[in-house]
Ligand binder design. Structure first.
Ligand code: NDP
Length: 457
């Protein structure tokens, strides 16, 4: 008998150990894949209306458990209670939205000579979902809901740091009547469980959300079996503010577009680009907004920003603000236990400063001026990433021109919204491959089969 691999789950706001979780090894992963493979044969044959009913029951179970799920995420990930409630509600909404899919998974009938030709949207098989620690609930739900709706079975590997809400979602699915083996959650190490999803021939599709570095390795590994992948990777998104914008509103909202979830958000608008003629005025308006961000106890309803996820991550974030860095504005953060880091604005910064070019994934934002529309687009697009971004202007034509010009998958004009479960989400360039959410997410979890039926005598 080998010793179990036990992992201590830590509350990042207090540094206390909340619980211990047993991590799966390679043998447990293979056993889970075998269960998922066996369950696939029956799950894919469940009548569409029954699969829909089971998913609606799952959504209802998540709804009834929202406060509990939110409390787990506050304790495990340090998310503010307001955010954690939204995340639990988002998981419910996504499952409910795709519960409508089994009965609407249409094929096509295509005119041909000598018979009829129809297409079927077939499930792929066992889907392995690798989830990061920054949004454990929504990111798991965005993959598992459409995958299950399309008739696949799913194994979720949560991040080692944040397994608790995913484990709870699996319990709720079972309680709602989803059969054993259809949805499994397997806590484990990335290079062990996650990597096995890549190499195991019975895992037929991998969904990965996390760093671009690991995402590239996952994609390269999947190539060996021509295994389809969906990738949601990093970002270094631009918040472009033109001088004709509502500057007060742009400045008041800019901190929340980057400091939400303590900046641990792939959509964080971590580069603020301001038209030169409005640069000083914008910085003056930004200062009180940054000081206004309430950082502290995530269980407090009024708190707007919690801690970073771990001591190691805080050290990584701090490295972007070395002694002597041009800190233009700095907010507050609690002393004492917890992996706290204050909201920080860097200005001026050089365009080749790593704080301006690399994903920091913490509450650090850079502000640079631009000359005109063309210059704004040049700076915004001078990155390997292309996930999201915002454009602030009162000129509708410019808003559309710049929206079309920014190389990113999710843009918002005069707001900072990125994610709605009814609309597609995903990245350009090295921010990802494929789209999640919205009406077309089923495409990523089905394959088209074409059948010709002869009508010849
Ligand atoms: P990773 O990319 O290492 O982790 C994301 C997920 O992948 C985790 O579940 C991890 O497992 C798993 N994983 C790690 N290595 C492998 C592997 N070889 N094969 C398969 N799966 C693997 O991100 P980090 O947590 O290390 O964060 C580092 C940086 O990445 C962040 O600072 C941020 O810049 C970026 N990031 C971006 C995210 C996004 O939403 N786009 C999300 C998270 C991070 P485990 O951690 O459990 O070992």
């Amino acid at each position: 008998m080998t010793e179990p691999d036990l992992y201590e789950v830590v509350n990042p706001a207090t540094e206390e150990v909340i619980t211990t979780v047993e991590l799966a090894g390679a043998a447990e992963t293979d056993a889970a894949v075998a269960r998922a493979r066996a369950a696939f044969d029956t799950w894919r044959r469940v009548a569409p209306a029954d699969r829909a009913r089971l998913l609606r029951a799952f959504a209802a179970a998540v709804d009834a458990d929202r406060e509990h799920l939110a409390a787990l995420e506050v304790a495990n990930a340090g998310h503010t209670i307001g955010n954690a409630r939204w995340e639990a509600g988002n998981a419910r909404d996504v499952i409910e939205y795709y519960a409508a899919a089994p009965e609407r998974l249409f094929g096509r009938q295509i005119p041909v000579a000598g018979g009829i030709d129809v297409t079927f949207q077939e499930p792929i098989g066992v889907v392995g979902v690798i989830v990061p620690w920054n949004f454990p609930m929504p990111i798991a739900a965005w993959a598992l809901a459409p995958a299950l709706a399309a008739g696949n079975t799913v194994i979720v590997k949560p991040a080692e740091l944040t397994p608790l809400t995913a484990l709870r979602l699996a319990e709720l699915a079972l309680r709602a009547g989803i059969p054993e083996g259809v949805l499994q959650v397997l806590p484990g190490r990335g290079p062990v469980v996650g990597q096995r999803f890549v190499t195991h021939p019975d895992v037929r599709k991998v969904v990965f959300t996390g760093s671009t570095r690991v995402g590239k390795a996952v994609m390269a590994g999947c190539a060996d079996q021509v295994k389809p992948v969906t990738l949601e990777l990093g970002g270094k998104s631009a918040n472009i503010v033109f001088a004709d914008a509502d500057l007060a509103k742009a400045a008041a909202t800019a901190p929340y577009a980057v400091f939400d979830n303590a900046g641990q958000d792939c959509c964080a608008r971590s580069r603020i680009l301001v038209e030169a003629s409005a640069y000083e005025e914008f910085l003056a308006l930004l200062e009180p907004a940054v000081h206004g961000v309430r950082v502290g106890d995530p269980t407090d309803e009024k708190t707007e920003m919690g801690p970073l996820i771990s001591a190691a991550h805080r050290a990584r974030v701090s490295s972007y603000v070395p002694d002597g860095a041009a800190v233009a504005i700095r907010g507050s953060a609690p002393d004492g236990p917890g992996f706290w880091y204050p909201p920080t604005v860097l200005a001026p910064v050089r365009h080749d400063d790593r704080a301006f070019t690399e994903e920091i994934f913490g509450p650090v934002v850079t502000v640079v001026p631009f000359r005109d529309e063309e210059d704004a687009l040049r700076i915004a697009n001078a990155t390997e990433y292309g996930l999201s971004g915002s454009i602030w202007t009162r000129d509708l034509g410019r808003a559309l021109r710049v929206s079309r010009g920014v190389e990113a998958g999710n843009l918002s004009v005069n707001s900072h919204s990125s994610v709605r479960y009814t609309t597609p989400f995903g990245g350009f360039k090295q921010s990802g491959l494929g789209r999640e959410l919205g009406p077309d997410a089923l495409d990523a979890f089905t394959q088209t089969k074409n059948v010709f039926i002869s009508t010849e005598e």
